[in-house]
Design a protein around this ligand. Structure first.
Ligand code: MF3
Ligand code: CO
Length: 257
């Protein structure tokens, strides 16, 4: 989501969290299905159509379609596209592409949201490393999702891991609370903010953590379609996302199969 002004977290009961898990498991199944299909020669529109089909077959509704006018069910972000790439019949995946797949589903009024980065055929060593570092950054961030930790502990985990690897954290987009709405408070930056509130995590908070990392500079440009976010310097970007609940014990990764 785009960065904006901040309000308050919404807490969920354990039965609500289980309902959210069901929505997120639909998302996980969609992403698993798409990862198996994503190879050279397929178009991003075909992936979008398959995503919508799997989602509806599970009794869920795509969350992104129509959201602030977004025209598809899936976001397909190739190479220097960071997030919000719009699937197209004219976009044919080719060997070496690095593709972020971001999908959201609504089931029984609860929203699930998750993203993965997949390699199309054989990718460069640089692309592979960027993707692995971004995935590790998400795992390290999820480790912080415990009562008493602060929101900035999540951002610090991502930022430290990305910067030690020589990469930049994208700052124009952030993770978010999630529940009945796709975007709830709090915002979840992938860096340590210099000012502003830094709430403690509480049992019952559910957040979508979504590191977006560039191999070059962090500057973003939005294309004329009003959605596609690219690195201004054309460098590769990767993106992973999980919806995670704070519990009294370990983090509950709702969007993991
Ligand atoms: N995971 C993305 C986000 O949280 C997906 C939103 S795409 C949109 O911002 F089209 F729905 F906005
Ligand atoms: Co999200």
């Amino acid at each position: 989501m785009l960065r904006r002004l901040q309000i308050r977290p919404h807490l969920k009961s354990s039965s609500q969290i289980e309902a959210m898990r069901k929505a997120n498991l639909v998302v996980a199944e969609v992403l698993q299905g798409l990862a198996a299909m994503a190879r050279p020669g397929i178009t991003t529109l075909e992936l979008d159509q398959e995503a919508e089909k799997i989602c509806r077959n599970r009794g869920a509704v795509p969350a992104f379609k129509g959201y602030h006018g977004y025209p598809a069910s899936l976001c397909t972000s190739v190479n220097h596209v960071i997030v919000h790439g719009i699937p197209s019949k004219d976009e044919i995946l080719k060997e070496g592409d690095l593709l972020s797949l971001d999908f959201g589903a609504v089931l029984d009024g609860w929203v699930g949201d998750s993203a993965i980065t997949v390699e199309i055929g054989e990718v460069s060593e640089d692309a592979h490393r960027l993707s692995m570092v971004t995935r590790e950054a998400l795992d390290l961030a999820i480790e912080q999702v415990r009562p008493g930790k602060r929101l900035s502990d999540i951002g610090r985990a991502v930022q430290t891991h990305a910067e030690i690897a020589g990469y930049s954290v994208i700052r124009d987009f952030v993770g978010h609370g999630i529940g009945r709405e796709m975007h709830e408070d709090p915002q979840v930056p992938n860096y340590v903010p210099e000012h502003g509130p830094d709430p403690r995590l509480e049992t019952g908070m559910v957040i979508a953590i979504e590191p977006m990392i560039s191999a070059g500079k962090p500057d973003v440009e939005i294309l004329k379609d009003g959605w596609t976010a690219v690195t201004a310097d054309g460098s590769l970007a990767a993106h992973y996302e999980h919806s995670v609940a704070v519990t009294d014990s370990n983090p509950a990764i709702l969007s993991r199969l």
